[in-house]
Design a protein around this ligand. Structure first.
Ligand code: ATP
Length: 353
């Protein structure tokens, strides 16, 4: 058997990793494989354990259980500086009295590399991060996005095998954040380094990540590509956390139907019992004329340019059902208007209560 690593081997393998802080289990037996050159996002609400997981990968926290393997080697017990892994902090932690160039070169100077090599590597990374021309500025003379790029350059110049980023865009305003999401993705592609990014922002994870893991209460709920997780959430929490989802509480009866007041759909292969139906706003249709569909009334209309979201109150749901329709096609609706909506069984997900 040949044990040489291939491109398909995970660069990082996380095996049943746990962390307890006294009685709090911050990370609970998480197992994950991160692929080489992947842009991986750790996503979850505040307190779900994503930063603790990242800090264990960096070596700033010691696991209470489990292992971390980098290219097959157990690095769980190594000190941070002995790991070929670099963590970029949310605060950037730039040295205020040093120029951009010195900030970036600092880590290499500490390694006592030859001057010419330091200069060449710094120049190269400044070009990749679009900082050429800013070499002599001090951090206070930079915009938020530029500071963010200096912090990235400083981490990348050390050529880590894996770069860990804790809420890398957290300090930026919305517009810049959106631009930097694409820039970060381009940069990751250009440098060919595996990125693991922690974020609580599901839109950000969807835009940037090749794959993402969703955590809650320290547990891994689902891992997959943004498209897989959005289209096929395997867990009710994930279904609700990623994108917008309508839920209708009902039950599956022995007759193979889901029912909740005026909603009744065939679900032949599912077990009977209390069940929540989940459907995305873009998968709810409008019935024009006739008495097909589920009767309701429009309670709100949100116009977004490309589309329009109608909020439709129906008897089966305490909260109005959101219906996303093309704005130009479905013009002329009004609040208070009676309307009939259609729910296609093959677009629904069902979660046992
Ligand atoms: P946020 O998005 O708010 O940063 P997070 O998902 O990164 O949250 P963590 O910071 O990993 O969450 O925290 C996970 C849990 O562990 C939380 O309940 C937190 O209170 C607890 N925790 C984290 N660090 C410590 C610590 N040093 N001592 C005790 N409890 C801690």
């Amino acid at each position: 058997m040949n044990d040489a690593p291939t491109n398909d081997d995970p660069i990082l393998r996380i095996e049943a990793l746990s962390k307890d802080f006294g009685p709090v289990r911050a990370v609970d037996a998480v197992s994950l494989d991160i692929r080489r050159n992947e842009f991986f996002a750790l996503l979850g609400p505040s307190g779900c354990g994503k930063s603790t997981l990242l800090r264990m990968l960096a070596g700033f926290e010691m696991p209470s259980g489990g292992r971390i393997l980098l290219e097959g080697e157990d690095i769980s017990g190594l000190k941070p500086e002995r790991r070929p892994v670099n963590l970029m902090f949310q605060s950037y932690a730039l040295f205020p009295h040093m120029s951009v160039l010195r900030n970036i070169a600092y880590g290499l100077e500490m390694e006592r590399l030859p001057r010419a090599e330091i200069r060449a590597r710094v120049d190269e990374i400044m070009a990749v991060t679009d900082l050429t021309g800013f070499a002599d500025r001090k951090p206070e003379q930079l915009s938020g996005g530029q500071k963010q790029r200096v912090a990235l350059a400083r981490a990348l110049v050390k050529r880590p095998k894996v770069l860990l980023l804790d809420e890398p865009l957290g300090a930026l305003d919305k517009k810049l954040r959106e631009r930097m999401q694409l820039e970060l993705k381009r940069l990751q592609h250009d440098v060919g380094i595996t990125f693991i990014v922690v974020t609580h922002d599901q839109e950000e994870a969807l835009v940037m990540a090749d794959r993402m893991a969703i955590l809650r209460d320290g547990k891994l709920l689902q891992c997959g590509s943004p498209e897989t997780v959005y289209e096929n959430p395997t867990d009710r929490f994930v279904a609700n956390f990623i994108g917008v989802m309508n839920f209708i509480e009902g039950r599956i009866g022995g007759d193979g139907h889901f029912s909740a007041k005026s909603v009744r759909l065939p679900v032949p292969h599912l077990a009977a019992g209390p069940t929540a139906l989940a459907i995305r706003p873009e998968d709810v249709g409008i019935e024009h004329g006739g008495d097909a569909g589920i009767p309701g009334r429009i309670t709100d209309i949100a116009y977004n340019g490309l589309d329009r979201v109608l909020h439709v109150a129906i008897d089966a749901s305490a909260t109005p059902i959101q219906v996303r329709v093309p704005a130009r096609v479905e013009a002329g609706h009004a609040i208070g208007e009676p309307i009939r909506i259609a729910i296609a069984p093959d677009r629904c997900k069902f979660f046992p209560a």
